[in-house]
Design a protein. Structure first.
Length: 250
Protein backbone atom coordinates (compact mmCIF):
# COMPACT_ATOMS: atom_id res chain seq x y z
CA UNK A 1 0.00 0.00 0.00
CA UNK A 2 2.77 2.40 0.97
CA UNK A 3 4.62 1.55 -2.22
CA UNK A 4 1.56 2.36 -4.31
CA UNK A 5 1.15 5.69 -2.54
CA UNK A 6 4.81 6.52 -3.16
CA UNK A 7 4.44 5.67 -6.85
CA UNK A 8 1.36 7.85 -7.17
CA UNK A 9 3.14 10.68 -5.36
CA UNK A 10 6.13 10.43 -7.69
CA UNK A 11 3.85 10.39 -10.73
CA UNK A 12 1.99 13.42 -9.43
CA UNK A 13 5.24 15.33 -8.91
CA UNK A 14 6.45 14.36 -12.37
CA UNK A 15 3.14 15.57 -13.81
CA UNK A 16 3.49 18.93 -12.08
CA UNK A 17 7.09 19.29 -13.25
CA UNK A 18 6.05 18.36 -16.78
CA UNK A 19 3.30 20.96 -16.80
CA UNK A 20 5.68 23.66 -15.55
CA UNK A 21 8.18 22.75 -18.27
CA UNK A 22 5.42 22.78 -20.87
CA UNK A 23 4.22 26.19 -19.66
CA UNK A 24 7.62 27.85 -20.00
CA UNK A 25 8.47 25.99 -23.19
CA UNK A 26 5.24 27.14 -24.83
CA UNK A 27 5.97 30.78 -24.05
CA UNK A 28 9.50 30.43 -25.36
CA UNK A 29 8.34 28.66 -28.52
CA UNK A 30 5.78 31.37 -29.34
CA UNK A 31 8.29 34.17 -28.69
CA UNK A 32 10.93 32.52 -30.86
CA UNK A 33 8.39 31.87 -33.59
CA UNK A 34 7.32 35.51 -33.78
CA UNK A 35 10.91 36.78 -33.75
CA UNK A 36 12.11 34.40 -36.47
CA UNK A 37 9.16 34.09 -38.83
CA UNK A 38 8.22 37.80 -38.52
CA UNK A 39 11.50 39.12 -39.99
CA UNK A 40 11.41 36.39 -42.65
CA UNK A 41 8.02 37.72 -43.80
CA UNK A 42 8.46 41.49 -43.53
CA UNK A 43 12.26 41.81 -43.85
CA UNK A 44 12.37 44.09 -40.81
CA UNK A 45 13.17 43.54 -37.15
CA UNK A 46 10.36 41.99 -35.12
CA UNK A 47 10.80 41.81 -31.35
CA UNK A 48 8.70 40.59 -28.43
CA UNK A 49 9.40 41.39 -24.77
CA UNK A 50 7.60 38.33 -23.47
CA UNK A 51 4.79 35.83 -23.88
CA UNK A 52 2.33 34.68 -21.24
CA UNK A 53 0.23 31.85 -22.65
CA UNK A 54 -1.59 29.18 -20.65
CA UNK A 55 -1.10 25.62 -21.98
CA UNK A 56 -4.45 24.67 -20.40
CA UNK A 57 -6.84 27.31 -21.75
CA UNK A 58 -4.74 28.62 -24.62
CA UNK A 59 -5.42 32.20 -23.47
CA UNK A 60 -2.67 34.71 -22.93
CA UNK A 61 -0.83 37.78 -24.16
CA UNK A 62 2.17 38.77 -26.21
CA UNK A 63 3.87 41.70 -24.49
CA UNK A 64 5.86 44.49 -26.13
CA UNK A 65 5.50 43.67 -29.83
CA UNK A 66 7.70 45.87 -32.03
CA UNK A 67 7.87 45.88 -35.83
CA UNK A 68 10.89 47.81 -37.03
CA UNK A 69 11.38 49.98 -40.10
CA UNK A 70 13.12 49.06 -43.36
CA UNK A 71 16.62 50.46 -44.00
CA UNK A 72 16.64 54.14 -44.92
CA UNK A 73 13.89 55.23 -42.54
CA UNK A 74 14.75 57.24 -39.43
CA UNK A 75 11.94 56.51 -36.99
CA UNK A 76 12.67 53.61 -34.60
CA UNK A 77 9.63 51.47 -35.39
CA UNK A 78 6.72 51.13 -37.78
CA UNK A 79 4.33 49.47 -35.31
CA UNK A 80 4.47 49.07 -31.53
CA UNK A 81 1.85 47.30 -29.42
CA UNK A 82 1.94 47.11 -25.63
CA UNK A 83 0.14 43.77 -25.54
CA UNK A 84 -1.66 41.45 -27.91
CA UNK A 85 -4.40 39.31 -26.35
CA UNK A 86 -4.75 35.89 -27.92
CA UNK A 87 -6.53 32.60 -27.51
CA UNK A 88 -5.34 29.48 -29.29
CA UNK A 89 -6.47 25.88 -29.35
CA UNK A 90 -3.67 24.25 -27.28
CA UNK A 91 -3.91 20.86 -29.00
CA UNK A 92 -3.50 22.47 -32.41
CA UNK A 93 0.03 23.67 -31.57
CA UNK A 94 1.31 20.16 -32.24
CA UNK A 95 -0.85 19.60 -35.33
CA UNK A 96 -0.71 20.51 -39.00
CA UNK A 97 -2.74 23.70 -38.53
CA UNK A 98 -2.56 26.09 -35.58
CA UNK A 99 -6.03 27.28 -34.64
CA UNK A 100 -6.19 30.81 -33.23
CA UNK A 101 -9.62 31.55 -31.79
CA UNK A 102 -8.96 35.25 -31.32
CA UNK A 103 -6.17 37.78 -31.75
CA UNK A 104 -6.72 41.31 -30.43
CA UNK A 105 -4.36 44.30 -30.65
CA UNK A 106 -5.38 47.22 -28.44
CA UNK A 107 -4.01 50.73 -28.94
CA UNK A 108 -1.15 50.07 -31.37
CA UNK A 109 1.18 52.99 -32.12
CA UNK A 110 1.84 53.19 -35.86
CA UNK A 111 4.38 55.49 -37.49
CA UNK A 112 3.89 56.78 -41.03
CA UNK A 113 7.21 58.01 -42.39
CA UNK A 114 7.59 59.01 -46.00
CA UNK A 115 7.28 61.38 -48.90
CA UNK A 116 6.50 61.11 -52.58
CA UNK A 117 9.45 58.77 -53.13
CA UNK A 118 8.08 56.14 -50.78
CA UNK A 119 7.07 55.37 -47.20
CA UNK A 120 7.80 52.78 -44.54
CA UNK A 121 4.41 51.05 -44.42
CA UNK A 122 4.21 50.54 -48.16
CA UNK A 123 7.79 49.22 -48.20
CA UNK A 124 6.98 46.61 -45.55
CA UNK A 125 3.87 45.60 -47.49
CA UNK A 126 6.00 45.20 -50.64
CA UNK A 127 8.44 43.05 -48.63
CA UNK A 128 5.60 40.79 -47.49
CA UNK A 129 4.27 40.44 -51.02
CA UNK A 130 7.77 39.62 -52.25
CA UNK A 131 8.10 36.87 -49.64
CA UNK A 132 4.87 35.31 -50.88
CA UNK A 133 5.81 35.45 -54.54
CA UNK A 134 9.35 34.07 -54.51
CA UNK A 135 10.59 30.59 -53.64
CA UNK A 136 11.62 30.39 -49.97
CA UNK A 137 15.39 30.65 -49.49
CA UNK A 138 15.53 29.85 -45.76
CA UNK A 139 13.65 27.55 -43.40
CA UNK A 140 12.09 30.62 -41.76
CA UNK A 141 10.73 31.79 -45.13
CA UNK A 142 9.44 28.28 -45.76
CA UNK A 143 7.51 28.38 -42.49
CA UNK A 144 6.16 31.84 -43.36
CA UNK A 145 4.77 30.64 -46.69
CA UNK A 146 3.71 27.08 -45.84
CA UNK A 147 2.69 26.88 -42.17
CA UNK A 148 -1.08 26.53 -41.84
CA UNK A 149 -3.04 28.84 -39.58
CA UNK A 150 -6.70 29.40 -38.82
CA UNK A 151 -7.69 32.72 -37.28
CA UNK A 152 -11.35 32.87 -36.26
CA UNK A 153 -11.22 36.55 -35.26
CA UNK A 154 -8.67 39.33 -35.59
CA UNK A 155 -9.24 42.78 -34.07
CA UNK A 156 -7.05 45.87 -34.17
CA UNK A 157 -8.64 48.63 -32.11
CA UNK A 158 -7.76 52.16 -31.00
CA UNK A 159 -4.80 52.54 -33.34
CA UNK A 160 -2.95 55.86 -33.52
CA UNK A 161 -0.84 56.89 -36.50
CA UNK A 162 2.04 59.31 -35.91
CA UNK A 163 2.72 61.15 -39.15
CA UNK A 164 6.32 62.02 -39.95
CA UNK A 165 6.27 63.53 -43.42
CA UNK A 166 7.46 66.60 -45.36
CA UNK A 167 3.87 66.84 -46.57
CA UNK A 168 2.97 68.39 -43.21
CA UNK A 169 5.22 71.40 -43.86
CA UNK A 170 7.28 70.91 -40.70
CA UNK A 171 4.30 70.09 -38.52
CA UNK A 172 3.56 66.79 -36.78
CA UNK A 173 0.24 65.02 -36.51
CA UNK A 174 -1.29 62.03 -34.76
CA UNK A 175 -4.43 60.61 -36.29
CA UNK A 176 -6.71 57.63 -35.63
CA UNK A 177 -7.59 54.89 -38.07
CA UNK A 178 -10.81 52.87 -38.08
CA UNK A 179 -10.82 49.64 -36.11
CA UNK A 180 -10.03 46.52 -38.13
CA UNK A 181 -12.17 43.41 -37.64
CA UNK A 182 -11.48 40.28 -39.68
CA UNK A 183 -13.16 36.91 -39.20
CA UNK A 184 -13.02 33.34 -40.48
CA UNK A 185 -9.51 33.45 -41.92
CA UNK A 186 -8.13 30.09 -43.05
CA UNK A 187 -11.22 28.05 -42.24
CA UNK A 188 -10.61 25.51 -45.02
CA UNK A 189 -8.16 22.60 -44.92
CA UNK A 190 -5.41 24.70 -46.53
CA UNK A 191 -5.69 27.37 -43.84
CA UNK A 192 -3.91 30.70 -44.21
CA UNK A 193 -0.14 31.14 -44.05
CA UNK A 194 1.62 33.63 -41.73
CA UNK A 195 2.64 35.63 -44.81
CA UNK A 196 -0.94 35.75 -46.11
CA UNK A 197 -2.25 36.81 -42.69
CA UNK A 198 0.40 39.54 -42.37
CA UNK A 199 -0.39 40.88 -45.86
CA UNK A 200 -4.12 40.94 -45.15
CA UNK A 201 -3.72 42.83 -41.86
CA UNK A 202 -1.06 45.22 -43.17
CA UNK A 203 -3.18 46.05 -46.23
CA UNK A 204 -6.04 47.05 -43.91
CA UNK A 205 -3.65 49.24 -41.89
CA UNK A 206 -2.30 50.92 -45.02
CA UNK A 207 -5.81 51.61 -46.37
CA UNK A 208 -6.89 53.15 -43.06
CA UNK A 209 -3.72 55.22 -42.89
CA UNK A 210 -4.23 56.61 -46.41
CA UNK A 211 -7.56 58.13 -45.41
CA UNK A 212 -6.47 59.43 -42.02
CA UNK A 213 -3.16 60.93 -43.13
CA UNK A 214 -4.89 62.49 -46.14
CA UNK A 215 -7.25 64.24 -43.76
CA UNK A 216 -4.36 65.50 -41.63
CA UNK A 217 -2.60 66.94 -44.67
CA UNK A 218 -5.86 68.57 -45.74
CA UNK A 219 -6.12 70.27 -42.34
CA UNK A 220 -2.57 71.61 -42.68
CA UNK A 221 -3.40 72.88 -46.16
CA UNK A 222 -6.35 74.83 -44.71
CA UNK A 223 -4.09 76.48 -42.13
CA UNK A 224 -1.48 77.41 -44.70
CA UNK A 225 -4.00 79.00 -47.06
CA UNK A 226 -5.58 81.02 -44.27
CA UNK A 227 -9.11 79.88 -45.06
CA UNK A 228 -9.19 81.23 -48.60
CA UNK A 229 -11.91 79.05 -50.06
CA UNK A 230 -10.68 78.46 -53.59
CA UNK A 231 -7.06 77.89 -52.62
CA UNK A 232 -8.04 75.65 -49.73
CA UNK A 233 -10.24 73.53 -51.94
CA UNK A 234 -7.44 73.04 -54.42
CA UNK A 235 -4.94 72.32 -51.66
CA UNK A 236 -7.13 69.73 -49.99
CA UNK A 237 -7.99 68.11 -53.29
CA UNK A 238 -4.34 68.04 -54.31
CA UNK A 239 -3.29 66.67 -50.91
CA UNK A 240 -5.82 63.87 -51.12
CA UNK A 241 -4.55 62.89 -54.56
CA UNK A 242 -0.93 63.09 -53.52
CA UNK A 243 -1.35 61.03 -50.36
CA UNK A 244 -2.87 58.29 -52.50
CA UNK A 245 0.19 58.49 -54.75
CA UNK A 246 2.38 57.75 -51.76
CA UNK A 247 1.11 54.20 -51.67
CA UNK A 248 1.50 53.45 -55.36
CA UNK A 249 4.36 51.22 -56.35
CA UNK A 250 7.25 53.05 -57.95
Amino acid sequence: MKTAIRVLLVLFILLIVGLVIAFFSLNRIVKKGVETVGPAIAKVEVKVKGVDLSPFSGSGKIHGLLVGNPPGFKTPAAIQVGSVAMKVEPRSLMGDKIVVRSLRMEGPEITFEGDFKGNNLNKILENVQGTEEKAPATKEEKKATSRKLQVDEFVLAGAKVHVNSPLLAGKTATVSIPDIHLTNLGQGPEGITPAELTKRVLKEIVDGTVKSVGGAIGDVAKEVTGGIKDVTTNAVGGASKKIGDLFKKK
